[in-house]
Design a binder for this molecule. Structure first.
Ligand code: SAM
Length: 300
């Protein structure tokens, strides 16, 4: 087996060879501990039949472990300076494709068709650039990209918000948006010392697994997320007060919102953080028609 890229000595050697200076603005904190990488891989359930999408291969530290365990890896890297480095470091592996593109610009459904039509499962595995953690995850989920799961390193605080349960401080619209589609758990907490340079924040690896069935019947998912985001605009306020002022493109009258609460037998004095996903689904379903009715009236 080839020597691991992710050791402090080898990483420094590679960076020096290419005169590469790390860019903080691109979230470039590279992993320099092979044990952490093995641990990440063990949570991803990879086999020859699995395809992997990686975001931000950097100098290839995680990519080579993925290449050893999965059938195929497609890795998106925004920083063109890393292309010659990756060509060099990943030369022993013929099952890796590097795409020089911002992942947020990528046509992921096309990527699935072009690269993974023959694979049983596709998973996302990445040490994410922290500044775009949420947009990246939401791009996969809202874009209905059929990945079976994700094993992703991120800021611990964000992992805590994603996995939070109702009634806790960390619970909010991000928990709801992600847990609507995926089961979420923190797979491990990661010390700063395994990165170069060390980030200022704590890190964690989050494991997301696609839910077999949606937790609730929802008329319009986008609208449910509008309602859940709107319910947390001011956490201390009741949902009633938040929704009265926060729904975009047209407001709902207080009576209409109150009627919706009555219809589903919910106390209008509750705050967003006490509602489960199912309750947000019920609330958004009864508000849905009233909201669009009201909006039409305003526009005519
Ligand atoms: N996988 C490597 C490792 O673990 O050592 C590097 C991870 S580093 C935290 C994040 C990587 O994502 C960097 O290589 C950075 O250039 C890249 N990156 C940042 N923004 C990106 C984007 N929008 N699309 C694709 N790659 C991005």
């Amino acid at each position: 087996m080839n020597k691991d890229i992710a050791t402090p000595v080898r990483t420094k050697e590679i960076l020096a060879k290419y005169g590469f200076s790390l860019k903080k603005s691109l979230g470039q904190n590279f992993l320099i501990d092979p044990n952490i990488l093995r641990n990440i891989i063990s949570h991803a359930g990879l086999s020859e039949k699995t395809g992997v999408i990686e975001i931000g291969p950097g100098i290839g530290a995680l990519t080579e472990h993925l290449a050893r365990s999965a059938g195929k890896v497609v890795a998106f890297e925004i920083d063109g300076r890393l292309l010659p480095v990756l060509e060099d470091t990943l030369s022993p592996y013929d099952n890796v494709t590097i795409v020089h593109q911002d992942i947020l610009e990528a046509d992921l459904l096309q990527v699935m068709q072009d690269h993974f039509a023959d694979y049983e499962d596709v998973v996302v595995v990445a040490n994410l650039p922290y500044y775009v953690t949420t947009p990246i995850i939401m791009k996969f989920l809202l874009g209905k990209v059929p990945v079976a799961g994700m094993v992703v390193m991120m800021q611990k605080e964000v992992a805590d918000r994603i996995t939070a349960v109702p009634g806790t401080k960390a619970y909010g619209s991000l928990s709801i948006a992600i847990q609507y589609y995926m089961d979420a758990e923190v797979a491990m907490i990661v010390p700063k010392t395994v990165f170069m340079p060390q980030p200022n924040v704590e890190s964690a690896v989050l494991r997301l697994t696609r839910k077999e069935t949606a937790p609730a019947k929802v008329i319009d998912e986008d609208f449910m997320f509008v309602v859940s985001r709107g319910s947390f605009v001011q956490r201390r306020k009741t949902i009633l007060n938040n929704l009265q002022s926060s729904l975009p493109n047209g407001k709902l009258k207080k009576e209409v919102i109150l009627k919706a609460f009555e219809q589903i037998g919910m106390d209008p004095g509750r705050r967003g953080e006490t509602l489960s996903i199912e309750e947000f689904a019920n609330l958004s379903n009864v508000l849905y028609e009233d909201f669009f009715e009201e909006k039409k009236k305003r526009q005519s």
